[in-house]
Ligand binder design. Structure first.
Ligand SMILES: Nc1ncnc2c1ncn2[C@@H]1O[C@H](COP(=O)(O)OP(=O)(O)OP(=O)(O)O)[C@@H](O)[C@H]1O
Length: 280
């Protein structure tokens, strides 16, 4: 079967089902491909993919299947560079700075001792994040040296990626952050993620409310998307008491279920139409 758009997934969430439904509704010829069942002959371009919308949850599967398909000449949204850049909080931080997008101040340290020394100098609280990860996992607030010592020591026993100690200023802000969904150069919808916990992720029990898009927010999100060379991304922002809006993350395989629910915008149709119209 040849298709106009391929949805590449490794687990079917609400978002992937919604893309399939939107394809039917808009008469777009789409196919769903389970990446776990895929074996790509790297010597031969697959004929029938059309534009691929990359939806794999697994970081490694996502990155490597994008690399293979893009290398074979298939257009993938988002591209490999976006997977690499947006998939890593340190890489994103450097690019946001380069493109003039306000972002929380950060320090990267390459050993426990160096991290603790930086914390002793800069003070507390700080937020420590794995450079690769999502849903708020393994992100901790370091309130004092005792907490920092324990958390950083346990990270030293984990996979090498967790030994890259990425430390952010703790941003004082209202008890919420913002997720803005960008399709091309437009924020198609945005939500506040409110929570009693300092981590406002939906996966950790945050609640969604519609957020009004301002020109300032849109301009900042376009820059953030371009910084990581993205097409369809979720930009996460905080309203810092000191600095105003700051971008803390760009998601290259963004979830949008709650944004659709509270904003009533047909994001899956907008995504498919964008994919169809993109220059191949
Ligand atoms: N520097 C910070 N200061 C204060 N709060 C922060 C800071 N960084 C993140 N947070 C809070 O912690 C939450 C998780 O952080 P972040 O978005 O970086 O993690 P994540 O694992 O990539 O989550 P997701 O993939 O769901 O966006 C944010 O939604 C925000 O509420």
């Amino acid at each position: 079967m040849s298709s106009d758009v391929t949805i590449l997934y490794d687990s079917i969430r609400w978002e992937e089902k919604a893309l399939l439904e939107a394809g039917k509704k808009n008469n777009i010829n789409i196919q769903m491909v389970d990446c776990k069942k895929l074996a790509l002959d790297l010597e031969k371009k697959p004929e029938d993919y059309g534009v691929v919308i990359q939806r794999c949850v697994s970081y490694y599967r996502n990155l490597h299947s994008t690399a293979a398909l893009e290398g074979l000449g298939v257009k993938v949204i988002n591209c490999l560079n976006t997977g690499v850049f947006a998939g890593n909080k340190l890489f994103t931080h450097m690019l946001l700075k380069k493109f003039g997008v306000p972002t929380p101040d950060a320090t990267v340290a390459f050993s426990k001792d160096a991290a603790l020394e930086a914390l002793d100098t800069q003070g507390f609280p700080k937020v420590i994040k794995p450079t690769v990860g999502s849903w708020g996992r393994l992100i901790s607030k370091l309130n004092d040296r005792d907490a920092a010592e324990g958390i950083i020591e346990s990270r030293e026993k984990m996979y090498p990626i967790y030994q890259i100690h990425y430390l952010e200023e703790f941003v004082k802000r209202p008890p919420r952050d913002i997720r803005a969904i960008m399709v091309g150069d437009k924020i198609v919808a945005a939500i506040y993620r409110k929570s009693k916990h300092w981590k406002t992720n939906m996966a950790l029990g945050g609640e969604a409310e519609p957020c009004k898009v301002t020109p300032e927010m849109e301009e900042m999100c376009i820059k953030a998307k371009n910084a990581v060379q993205g097409d369809i991304v979720g930009v996460d922002l905080m309203e810092s008491d000191e600095k105003g809006l700051v971008v803390h993350e760009v998601n290259n395989t963004t979830e949008y279920k709650n944004t659709v629910r509270v904003c009533e915008v047909d994001i899956p149709s907008l995504m498919l139409n964008y994919a169809l119209n993109i220059e191949k």
